[in-house]
Design a protein around this ligand. Sequence first.
Ligand code: CP
Ligand code: NVA
Length: 320
Amino acid sequence: ANTTPVRHFLTDLDLSQAEQSEVLDLAAAMKADRYGYRPYAGPQTVVVFFDKTSTRTRVSFAAGIAELGGTPLIINSGESQLGHKESIADSAKVLERMVSTIVWRTYAQAGLEEMAQNSSVPVINALSDDYHPCQLLADLLTVREHKGALAGLSMAYLGDSANNMANSYLLAGVTAGMHVRIAGPEGYLPSAAIIAAAEQRAAQTGGSVLVTTDATAALAGADVVATDTWVSMGQEDEKAARLELFRDYAVDATAMAHAHEDAIVLHCLPAYRGYEISAEVIDGPQSVVFDEAENRLHAQKALMAWLMAKSNLAEVAGVR
Ligand code: CP
Ligand code: NVA
């Protein structure tokens, strides 16, 4: 029997700095040899649940699973018993007997934790209210491609700084040894618990944390500038108020003038031009948002293969 503990990916902190680097190296290798890795050998299935809508996550997981030799099974909200007719624990105990990996986009982080606690196959967070860690693997792969390395770079995130992307930029960025600066209005900044966790991780990697209401302070000389929608999925009722609330944190030409002249711009997409980011910036020469979107595919393929290999459920070239 396999006595190796199963590895899950529920938050950005689930990978150490060395492990994150190993996954990014594997992603680069997979990108260079797109059809050369088949860790889901044979007729293995990966289930991907969506409780919220998606374009990139859905297509990148479906394509990535197929390219790894597996079969994706996409299940949308309301199409299974999960969460309403059946407990998460019972669902996990059924699924682990049928599939090789469970991927889930949902609301509560606690649901993902319950799934993982009851699953002997890897569970991957495909976005929750609190984190979007798969997105950050793609973002960091993109930064590496454009900047060569991650440790020591400064990365500014502006806007809704209490959302899943802000938390993931902070935690994944400091894991990579980056100097992460987060700027948003009072009341819309990362929680004290997230900041403490980020500071603890930064102390191990040489990274650092700045959380501020001052967008200019966050942007000063930044190598990477990132933002995200001001209205996340589930917040549609607050749209009018939110568009006012974050006005001073838009990534536009004025903001970019404070960053390093060679700074690159990230946005996980979907983007709302004229709100969190100007058309001039997202469609301009510093924007790498479509490389970033493409890298969802390569980063998640590497993540799935790496989790399987580390859980002793598959062999993957280059991963021990
Ligand atoms: N960035 C991202 O996760 O996009 P989707 O919501 O389209 O999956
Ligand atoms: N913060 C956004 C990210 C979308 C990919 C949301 O949760 O809707």
